[in-house]
Design a protein around this ligand. Sequence first.
Ligand code: PLP
Length: 517
Amino acid sequence: MHEHTPIADGKAANRSGRLADWDGDKAAAFLKQAANLLCEHMASRNDLTQPVVRLASPAELAVAFTEAGVPLELRVGEDAASMPRLLAALGATLEHSVRTAHPLFLNQLYARPEPAGIAGDWLTVVANTNVHTYEAAPVFTLVERAVLARLAVLAGPSWAAAHDGLFVPGGSIANMYGMHLARAVVDPDSASRGAAGGPCLVAFTSAQAHYSYLKSARVCGLGSDNLVAVPCDASGAMLPAELEVAVEAALARGGVPFFVGATAGSTVLGAFDPLVELAKVCRRHNMWLHCDGAWGGACLLSAMHRGLMDGVELVDSLALNPHKMMGLPLQCSVFLARREGLLQSTNSSNADYLFQPDKLHADMDLGDKTIQCGRRADAYKLWLTWKALGDAGLEQRMDRNIALAAHVEARVVASGGAFQMVRPRSFANVCFWWLPRALRPFDAAAASPEQLTALGKVAPALKMRMQQSGDAMIGFQPLDGLPNFFRLVFASASALRFEDLDALMSRMDALGLELFP
Ligand SMILES: *Cc1c(COP(=O)(O)O)cnc(C)c1O
């Protein structure tokens, strides 16, 4: 079924019905069919009988796309595809993609997106607007400002009084903004001079911090040698006394300590650094305190759990990732600073083709505060989701994730030895082993190298079998010399029931006994 649109000037361009040449009606007809396909996908997202993934090798995927009439490779001289072919391409892509909205996708810190978030994201694509100037993006500029202001209120009175912020492409970039601003404050000349010839700046994070701090240290020109990993307690939280020791050591080497990258909700263990105590060390040594709340920052939404972030009123900057526990589609990430005007003074380039000061409403422009030029309207989907769920809805879905994690922890503890916690749970991360009978009970400190090696093979083997059958996706990793364990994380698990988790653990136990009799 090829579509043909005659073109007035008789150009041959449209022989195969190129979408680019379609008028509004045809474009709309195509998009409606595409949207139908996407909505059907949404409609089945609670269906536990659907596989989380249809596991396929790269070669199998290549065959599947070729059979659908849309080979993966783009050949030189590629023909314009018909509308049915394009719809087939969309279908094949969904069919072979991981169903991250499936209730049993528990693999990562992002999961099922909220429908309002999806609609908001679609709208930003259709509007196709760049949030650099009010002139180009009046609504999105005001919406971004409104969402940032609401997030500042959420972070507490000290933030509501004065804040600055941006939606940025990812939590990693938000952490980098924190380091970047801290450097601008301690060494303002670095902007023109560069890193060479300046003070030897030293930054500190916990040993459990996200690797984006490492990348930030490289990109900002500190170098990884000047990023110090501070030891943690058993829960994975940074030890303030150890921070003090590390700062003194850096000073003794002639370094200039300037930045502490704390973590609220670490990626593996879900640990929360003690912000109040860290702030004291920072004040003593005149260091910037940034809080990476990419994972745990969502607990600000919850009366029950926000105590985990005590001290957030004292930090200088904050990273949040609404695309994790708030259930927004990727990407939706926020950087907030507690000092008005610092983003502008640090990043402004005053490009006079874009940010003309004498233009109407130029004071509303957000673009000159960023290190980007083009920037998506990521605030919009969060605004719409907030409108859709309200404060109470956001709080409930947050609390639900923690309740599910607590349920699994209780099951692990009551399992009679089949499952065992690696570390006590702090947040929505449940880190546990399934143990072969011969290794029960497991004591890591007393285990032989052979036992550690044997246990290290269990989680990968179990995970592979679960992926092959399309069962729940759960991540695993080793940590600090401990062999591979499962990390069950509840990012956006509002569709899961306790009994679904009980059934999952029974299946894991049965599969484990089959693989490791
Ligand atoms: C996910 C995560 C990040 C990185 O966020 P991205 O949006 O993936 O760049 C940073 N810190 C923590 C603690 C995270 O869990």
